[in-house]
Design a protein around this ligand. Structure first.
Ligand SMILES: [Fe+2]
Length: 341
């Protein structure tokens, strides 16, 4: 594309010579006689100007005044100053003031052409770099937006999947309606009270919803039996943590909840199942869900008994502190009155 150069010099002979030399090189040239004419050209079409040749000594606005105005208003356009012969100091001052280069008069054709080519090409490279950076930033913002949307969609899918599973578990047993979501509420309250991280709270949420997933494989007659269970039936019920772990084995999304599913019936004194884990062998999130699960089971109606009043269930929790439950968690549960949720 033809490059457009605006020359500014009060001497008509110089304007003419510059115009002839530049046109010969294929440039489009607009000659101006002073700063005001240059300002008018820039106001009308600055986007189309690739270089300004600016005489230092002009009537009205001087070259330096114009240089200052252009730098503030048209920083993209490179400026080459025209100085008097042998005036090296003024040339250096022009460069220090922001000019791209300077040419001493009388301007020789070769130096004019090589200077103009060099300055325009450097300016083009700078503009390309700016455009590249801007494109990069735009792409970065676009990718970030897409990534956020994908993460949100994944989060919503995860939540919906977890809730669907927990509903399936609850539907097996009419008496456990709402149990999983209440365990989640209590577990999250305890987790927040002991200042667990956001990630750990999310594990508590999902683990609470899924902890009894192994019950899916147990017959409804056993789960909903109104009379007490036989030894064999109780052994079948006790298989649900391991069965649950097996169900989620190949579901990558559920792996963070695996310890809660397998170990939520472990006891701090080692008398729980399926592994007889003790104290700190039971991870913190498991200990929390275990306490929440037991409390909600006591305060909900079951096929074989009515719901216990909250005060009685709280007494039971206190009694089992240090044997079935982590005593520090029991203290938090009582101090923060989480049992009232
Ligand atoms: Fe369970």
């Amino acid at each position: 594309m033809t490059k457009h150069i605006v020359t500014t010099d009060d001497d008509p002979a110089i304007r003419k010579v510059l115009q002839i030399m530049l046109k010969k090189e294929g440039y489009q040239v607009t000659p101006c006689k002073d700063g005001h004419e240059l300002s008018t050209v820039l106001k009308q079409d600055s986007a189309n100007v690739d270089l300004v040749l600016l005489d230092i000594k002009m009537p009205g606005l001087s070259g330096f005044e114009m240089l200052d105005i252009m730098q503030r208003n048209y920083p993209r356009i490179p400026i080459v100053m025209l100085t008097a012969f042998n005036d090296l100091d003024t040339g250096m001052k022009a460069i220090r003031s922001g000019a791209a280069d300077y040419l001493a008069k009388p301007v020789r054709r070769e130096s004019l052409v090589s200077c103009v080519q060099r300055v325009i090409s450097k300016s083009q490279m700078q503009q390309d770099a700016v455009a590249e950076k801007s494109n990069y930033l735009t792409r970065h913002v676009e990718l970030e937006t897409k990534l956020k949307a994908a993460l949100l969609s994944l989060k919503n899918t995860t939540r919906a999947t977890l809730e669907a599973f927990s509903e399936t578990i609850e539907q097996k047993d009419a008496y456990t309606k709402g149990h999983c979501s209440r365990v989640r509420t209590i577990s999250v309250a305890i987790g927040n009270a002991i200042k667990l991280s956001h990630d750990n709270i999310q594990i508590l949420e999902g683990g609470s919803l899924l902890h009894d997933i192994g019950k899916i494989g147990i017959s409804e007659e056993i789960l909903n039996k109104a009379s007490s269970l036989t030894k064999e039936e109780y052994e079948i019920i006790k298989m649900h943590p391991v069965a649950g772990e097996r169900i989620i084995t190949h579901i990558e999304l559920f792996q963070p909840y695996r310890p809660i599913i397998r170990s939520h019936h472990e006891r701090i004194d080692g008398r729980g199942y399926p592994d007889g884990l003790k104290g700190d062998e039971i991870p913190m999130d498991v200990r929390i869900v275990s306490l929440a699960d037991a409390f909600d089971a006591m305060t909900s109606s079951r096929a074989y008994r009515a719901a216990l009043p909250t005060e009685i269930a709280v007494e039971e929790i206190k009694l089992c502190s240090g044997t079935q439950f982590d005593p520090e968690l029991v203290n938090v549960f009582l101090d923060k009155e989480i049992f009232l949720l």
